[in-house]
Design a protein around this ligand. Structure first.
Ligand code: PMP
Length: 290
């Protein structure tokens, strides 16, 4: 027997009904369980708000197409179901909201998924927002795949083992997370989030080049910072740019906006742009996230 797991409170809409706990959704014949044909997205609920929920639900439908699945759930249905699911938790519960599609069977033979067998579920579970206490990062020896070598345009489960091995390697050297480069050696993203840095009053983030997830939180934070008058530049960046940055912070659905407080052996303070980005994000979430 593997290690027993104490799942946090979980609610899943699967095959026309809500289920509590870690309801089984796949079997040994399921294509996704065997060959990895699943896509997902992650949104969040906190303080009763679900910022950018619609964008996350729309993105899972785009990811399904990239995976050659059939996105059978309209965005507004995902959103309505998420709102319904939210009522099963405490009003201000901190939740991860995960819509997911997968292939149940192959289209003849084994490898190609049969889009007509696309299945889906929506899972909400208790996952407290990490406190922004600071993250230590380094450079990963592992790179992001390119468009012609993996389904990088989808948020697909099959892309994550590469991120996992990068995280494991970084942790073995005493870091919490790591920057990965693209095939050309330019900085792409952290293993779990997008990355920003500031230098001499200008904020920079790697320009989306198709090799990494150009996040919904990234786009939101760029827009909010620009509206507030900050100068944000999307640009090809190298590791040395981060090593000499005045401040570094990350964005992503799971933790939203978080400060990087160490890069290799160099300590950093949570900076003014990080604080501004986090405040602006929370202001936005509280205002429009209902
Ligand atoms: N990159 C990776 C690898 C991620 O897993 C995430 C989290 N979804 C992000 C970036 C941030 O994307 P988003 O802001 O859309 O959540």
């Amino acid at each position: 027997m593997s290690k027993p797991i104490a799942w946090s409170k979980t609610a899943t809409f699967f095959e026309d009904d809500w289920h509590d706990g870690n309801v089984p959704i796949m079997g040994p014949r399921t294509h996704a369980a065997w060959l990895g044909t699943s896509v997902f997205d992650g949104a969040r609920a906190f303080e009763g708000v679900m910022p950018d929920l619609e964008l996350h639900c729309a993105r899972v439908n785009e990811s399904a197409k990239v995976m050659c699945l059939k996105p059978v759930v309209p965005t507004e249905t995902w959103v309505a179901l998420a709102r319904e699911g939210l009522k099963r938790f405490e009003h201000d519960a901190e939740l991860y909201i995960r819509p997911m599609y997968w292939a149940e069977d192959a289209a003849g033979g084994a490898v190609r998924p049969d889009p007509e067998t696309t299945r889906w579920c929506l899972t909400l579970y208790v996952a407290p927002l990490p406190k922004p206490t600071g993250t230590a990062i380094t450079l990963s020896p592992y790179r992001r795949p390119t468009r012609d070598s993996a389904l990088v345009e989808a948020k697909a489960g099959c892309l994550y083992p590469n991120n996992a091995r990068a995280l494991i390697e970084a942790r073995s050297r005493g870091f919490d997370n790591c920057l990965s480069c693209d095939a050309l050696g330019n900085i792409a993203e952290l293993a779990t989030a997008n990355i920003f840095m500031a230098k001499d009053g200008i904020i920079f983030t790697p320009v989306a080049n198709g090799t990494f997830l150009s996040g919904i939180t990234r786009a939101r934070v760029i827009a909010l910072l620009r509206e507030s008058g900050a100068h944000v530049v999307e640009k090809t960046l190298q590791y040395c740019d981060f090593q000499s940055a005045d401040e570094i912070f990350s964005t992503g659905n799971y933790s939203k906006v978080s400060p990087i407080t160490r890069i290799d052996d160099r300590m950093l303070q949570p900076g003014p742009f990080y604080r501004r980005a986090r405040e602006l994000y929370w202001g936005f979430a509280r205002c429009v996230g209902r």
